[in-house]
Each structure stands twice: as C-alpha cells, then as structure tokens.
Design a protein around this ligand. Structure first.
Ligand code: GAP
Length: 459
C-alpha cells in the first residue's frame, strides 16, 4: 500500500497534477500546488459537489464568505479556547508529534478533544512504548495543547498583533453561521433549508503528513442545514444517506467506504459520523456528517448580541434552529478520486498505467491527434476538429511521437477519449475514437462526433 502512495505521488508530479509547494526553494511543509491537470480535477470535483448540493436542490443556496472574519467569531465558535491538538516534542531531535497519532501507532486510542490532563495521563502510562517517528528515540517532553488557528496581522498596525490577532478561518462553516440571518432575510428560504459554500481554510497542523490528506492550507466543501429541533435526527438520517449515495454516484467502490460513528461526542452534538475512505495508508476520515444541535447559532447569538432565532409565522413560534452539517475537504476528495482511479493493467503483454476517472471528472475529456505530424492535410483537419470540440470540452491537441506513446500519455492523465484523424478520414470524413477503458476503437462520422462525445461524457 505504501507503494501505491509513492506511485500516486510520483504520477501526480510527473504528469502535472500536484507539486510540492514552493519546491524551488526547498519546499514548504504540508502545502501543495495543483498543476494544470490538478487544477482541472479540482474544478471538476467542486463543480460536481456544487451541482449536487445547490443546483439540484430546491432547499439549499450557495454562499461565498470572506476568509478574514471578526476575531470574536473564533471565540464564539470555541476555536480560540479549544481548537487544539495535543503535542509532544522529542528531546533528542526536537521534532513535534501529535500524541494521539503516536498512541494510535501502538494501538492505544486517545481523542484530540480530551483535556490536557486526561491525555497526559494516558501518555505517561504508555510513554515507554512510544518512539519518535523521526529519530526513533524515546525521550519526550510532557504533553501540551497547541492551538491550530493561523494568526495574521491584518489591519493591526501595532507591534501587538500577536496578542490581538485576526485569524485566517479554520473552517468555512463559521461564515455560513454568521450569514444565516442575512440569507434568511434576503433569499427565498424557509426552514428546513441549507447554505453551502466552498472555500479555503487554514490550520497549523503539527504533523502534516500523508500527501493531500492533512495540509495546512486546504479547501472545504461544507453544507449547513437549518432544521426545527424535532426534525433534526430525521433530517440527519436523510443527509447521511444522500452523502453515501453521492460517493457511489461519483464512482467510488462501496467496499472502499465505511461509516465511523464517533464514540466521544462533544457536549452539544446529537450524533456524529464520518465517512471514511480506504486511502493508500488505510481507512481514514473523508467527510464529517454531524448533528450539531443549536450550539452554533446560540453561541453567535450570545457573543454578537443579535437574535438569531427563527420565527415560524404559521405556528407563531420562535426557536433557535438546529444544524446538521456535511463537511469534506477538496484535497481529501482529490486524493480519494486519484486512489480510486489509479490502475495498472496488462494490454497485449504491456503494462499500462491508466487513471480511470469518472468521465465527468477527467481533466481532459478529449485528445485529438493527426496520425502524422508532417502531413499538412491531416494536421489541418485535426486542428479544425480540435477548434470545434474545445468549445464544449477541455481538449488537448497532440501530434508528438507515435500514436501508442500519445495514448499512453492520455491514459496516465485519464482522458476518456482519443480522436485520431488518419488518411481514411480525409476520404470518408470520419475519425477513430478510442475508449480509454476498453482501448477499443470505433469509426465515427465527423458530423456526428460532437453529439457522440456529449452523450458519452454527460457532464
Ligand atoms: N466544520 C466542521 C469541520 O471543519 P473537520 O472534521 O475539522 O470539521 C472537515 O473538517 C473536513 O475537512 C474533514 O473531513 C476533511 O475532509 C477536511 N480537512 C480537515 N482538516 C484538513 C486538513 N488539515 N487537510 C486537508 N483536509 C482537511
């Protein structure tokens, strides 16, 4: 499995999906940049999520709130006091590690939400069996809690900015909570309804590892659904079901998904499940689906002094809505989609690497090749077809090397269709279309090509 991880990371770099951040300066830990095909994949994933969450739903609207927010928001949300990971430092090599991760390595469960005292107790009991993941020594400091919020000096022109920081948002949903009333007053929504948003979030992760799984800058796709307290659990079950089905529709194999029910709920939560995916290092959290009670709106109501209750005009009743949420990282989805798609198979005695993305997620939908680059008639015809198809799909024109080499390149970036213009095309006005998954080729009339591809790709 470690091997699969290396293969995916290497393909991503080699083929322009994902690069380590700031690479020419020696890299920048836990930050990644998306290359040309990565950017296409990210956009396709976000488009698919938005379509599913907003476009196809009558009861959910979109939002795009700012990264910078009033610092009080992070006090109200509990992040300033409690958004922290338990950390120890190796006294030999000074590498810091998350205690819950070190304990998990030896099969001891600890929860990041435990108090410093509780986790110190578990740590002391198991300390002798732990090893520093960097140098292998067993000499640690005591546990301390490390706050994950990233500070900035925005708008603070004194030297005091460390004490009065403006934070970069640690999760996107706070922007939803603080705009709940705006949306209610300006959009045509009534409870139950949801607000969805996609955007960047920042966390000072201690141990950033496992490629895109845990990064310090990442994007979240979050939907917060506002419900009557009595409806919370019914709506929660509906959301769980919808989110499971979403991944199946995205082409994930069901055996690569599982539910993980939280054992230690935070005090306000009614229920919490994660959808876990079978990443190359094993099952881990892909998405959280949580029933959060009325905690979020109550907190913001108390801290802001604004009434955030909902008035049911038919029943003449006021209440603070409860919230159920779906929250997933774009990067984790990209990683899962890459894992799901990575395939090595033997074709005619040769091993090929092929990314079997669902067609609507493929960065390039159609590649167009003239059979030979030194035949102007073939190149001209191929260019005409390319210019026409690119109005509808992301396309690539390639006349470099033999056809076999061009197919292999497109297989590695997951292009579902390759169109070749050969000598017969000039006479019969048709092309060959090669299917990525079956490698079978069909001759299609140029006049019918657009419709043929549209039907097959179906975005
Ligand atoms: N609003 C709830 C919330 O933010 P979370 O479990 O901290 O909950 C939700 O994060 C999702 O965001 C995770 O399931 C994961 O997909 C993604 N995520 C969280 N931290 C991440 C990180 N450091 N790097 C990449 N993705 C992350």
């Amino acid at each position: 499995m470690e091997n699969l991880m290396n293969k995916i990371v290497s393909l991503c770099k080699r083929r322009g999906f994902i690069y380590p951040g700031s690479e020419i300066y020696g890299g920048f830990s836990a930050v990644y940049d998306y290359g040309p095909y990565g950017a296409e994949l990210v956009n396709a994933i976000k488009r698919e999520w938005w379509k599913n969450m907003v476009q196809l739903r009558d009861d959910i609207v979109g939002l795009d709130s700012a990264i910078f927010m009033h610092p009080k928001i992070w006090e109200a949300s509990g992040h300033v006091a409690g958004f922290s990971d338990p950390l120890v430092e190796c006294k030999k090599c000074h590498i810091r590690s998350r205690v819950d991760h070190l304990l998990a390595e030896i099969g001891v469960e600890a929860d990041e939400k435990m108090s410093e005292e509780e986790i110190n107790k578990i740590f002391s009991k198991n300390k002798n069996n732990l090893k520093c993941p960097n140098c292998g020594q067993n000499d640690f400091t005591d546990v301390s809690k490390f706050n994950l919020l990233v500070k900035s000096n925005l708008g603070n022109f004194t030297d005091n900015w460390e004490k009065e920081p403006v934070y970069l948002r640690g999760e996107t949903c706070q922007g939803i909570y603080v705009n709940y009333k705006n949306v209610l007053d300006s959009a045509r929504v009534r409870i139950p309804f949801g607000i969805a948003q996609i955007g960047k979030a920042f966390r000072n992760e201690i141990t950033a590892r496992q490629f895109l799984f845990r990064t310090r800058e990442f994007e979240q796709m979050e939907m917060q659904y506002f419900v009557h307290p009595n409806e919370e659990m019914k709506e929660y079950e509906k959301l769980r079901e919808a989110r499971w089905q979403y991944y199946l529709n995205l082409g994930f194999k069901e055996e690569n998904l599982k539910w993980n029910k939280h054992k230690n709920l935070v005090f306000y939560a009614r229920e919490a499940y994660d959808i876990e995916y079978n990443f190359p290092f094993g099952f881990d959290e892909l998405e959280g689906v949580h029933a959060r009670g009325n905690y979020d709106l109550s907190q913001h109501s108390n801290f802001s002094g604004k009434d955030l209750s909902y008035f049911n005009s038919e029943k003449k009743k006021k209440y603070i809505p409860h919230i159920i949420e779906s929250s997933v990282g774009v990067g984790r989805t990209v990683f899962a989609v890459l894992t799901e798609a990575y395939t090595e198979e033997e074709i005619d005695g040769e091993v090929r690497i092929v990314m079997k993305f669902p067609k609507n997620l493929s960065p390039i939908k159609v590649a167009i090749f003239p059979l030979l680059r030194n035949k102007p008639d073939l190149v001209k015809k191929a260019k005409e077809i390319y210019d026409d198809l690119k109005k509808e799909h992301m396309c690539e024109f390639d006349d470099n090397g033999n056809i076999g080499k061009r197919y292999r390149r497109q297989d590695e970036i997951g292009t579902p269709f390759c169109v070749t213009i050969d000598f017969e095309s000039l006479e019969k006005n048709d092309v060959t279309v090669r299917d990525r998954d079956t490698t079978k080729q069909e001759r299609i009339k140029i006049g019918e090509l657009k419709e043929y591809l549209k039907e097959k790709i179906k975005i």
